[in-house]
Design a binder for this molecule. Structure first.
Ligand SMILES: NC(=O)c1ccc[n+]([C@@H]2O[C@H](COP(=O)([O-])OP(=O)(O)OC[C@H]3O[C@@H](n4cnc5c(N)ncnc54)[C@H](O)[C@@H]3O)[C@@H](O)[C@H]2O)c1
Length: 343
């Protein structure tokens, strides 16, 4: 039996509880400060133990999933590691890079698993996008563009960048096996509850590619889309599509080599669109099963603390860039860059 506590039974923690409860050989404890959430957990999952006290749970579990608001990720993750539990922390890994580094150092010192909940790195469609890039099928990569828009849900403790962009940053880092060196961001608070619309440009050096990220809590349409534009083809990932989440478009722009006299040396290519079959397995289930395999010592973590730290550093740089109105440079420790390149 692997005993796991899920701390925070809100929108996302409830999904972890559903997934973990369905995995054989797993015993789940729910920890939430809010009585109504505990009552809901007990009603929905009568087989789970439910408690208000993290300390009570910590003495009796092997692993902890932290699914609380972001400000509590670092403190709760650290408490769990100090109690000897393996830890999966929801994205973003922590509210600052100092906290993220403390989590990494503690996990390393105690020989425990520290995993960042970068759900899209467990998404078969994103794996397929990376295969397309690395097979050379798209040609040279021009840019990545991603949009994560909706109306709400406004969060009390973080702005829209910290809430939504961790997904897009982790996707871009994963696709490029790299971390950006520069972040230029623009963000604005429209509805009086912190920055609710933001645009980020992440500049990678190796490879020399830009990723453009648009995140919004203030948009009438729900959009979850990423595009990788290459010199040969373009690929799109639409997470809202029920089928054909990945599409490969034989579309692009080339430069005429025949000295065209019109003075406009571009040619447009409008070819076929192909939707490869990508078998769907719920990414959160893939992630949680992988976490348990890491806890049981039969897998090496694909999104360790270092990949969480890499994302947190970009979020901090984005905040800096928005505040100062200029590009923020990022100094990524070699160990972090190596880790992101490896997985
Ligand atoms: N990976 C993903 O795709 C994904 C999606 C959504 C949210 N998330 C992440 O999940 C986390 C939770 O988000 P949410 O939308 O479920 O939030 P939520 O507000 O719905 O739920 C948070 C829960 O944590 C509880 N809580 C707060 N402080 C606590 C503490 N100290 N101890 C125990 N319980 C505490 C609250 O009572 C609440 O029930 C966030 O970090 C968010 O970024 C990840």
């Amino acid at each position: 039996m692997t005993r796991v506590a899920v701390v925070g039974y809100g929108y996302w923690g409830a999904k972890h509880v559903r997934v973990l409860s369905s995995i054989p050989g797993t015993e789940v404890t729910v920890v939430d400060l809010n009585r109504a959430r505990r009552v809901a957990a007990q009603a929905e999952f009568p087989a789970c133990r439910v408690t208000e006290s993290l300390d009570d749970a910590l003495g009796e579990v092997d692993a902890v999933v932290v699914a609380t608001p972001v400000r509590m990720h670092g403190p709760i993750g650290l408490r769990a590691l100090h109690a000897g539990a393996h830890v999966l922390v929801e994205k973003p890994l922590a509210a600052s890079s100092d906290e993220a580094e403390a989590l990494i150092a503690t996990a390393r010192k105690r020989g425990l698993v520290l995993m960042a909940g970068h759900t899209f790195e467990y998404h078969a469609a994103i794996w397929r996008m990376r295969e397309l890039i690395e097979s050379g099928g798209l040609g040279d990569i021009y840019y990545i563009d991603s949009a994560r828009l909706n109306l709400g849900l406004y969060q009390a403790d973080v702005n829209v960048v910290w809430d939504l962009a961790p997904h897009d940053i982790s996707i871009a880092n994963y696709l490029l096996r790299s971390t950006p060196r520069e972040v230029t961001a623009w963000g604005r608070a429209h509805a009086g509850r912190g920055i609710d619309v933001a645009y980020l440009q992440l500049q990678y050096r190796d490879p020399d590619v830009s990723a453009y990220v648009h995140v919004s809590w203030l948009d009438p349409s729900k959009v979850r889309r990423a595009t990788v534009a290459g010199s040969l083809k373009m690929a799109t990932f639409d997470d809202l599509a029920v089928e054909e989440r990945v599409r490969i478009h034989d579309k692009g722009v080339g430069v005429r080599g025949d000295g065209d006299e019109s003075g406009f040396p571009l040619i447009y290519r409008h070819g076929d669109t192909l939707a490869p079959h990508v078998p769907f397995d719920e990414p959160l289930a893939v992630e949680d099963r992988h976490f348990l395999d890491c806890v049981r010592g039969i897998a090496e973590c694909a999104t360790p603390g270092e990949s969480g730290l890499a994302v947190v550093r970009v979020l901090e740089a984005a905040d800096r860039s928005i505040r100062e109105g200029r590009t923020a440079l990022l100094d990524v420790p070699a160990t972090v860059a190596e880790q992101v390149a490896r997985v």
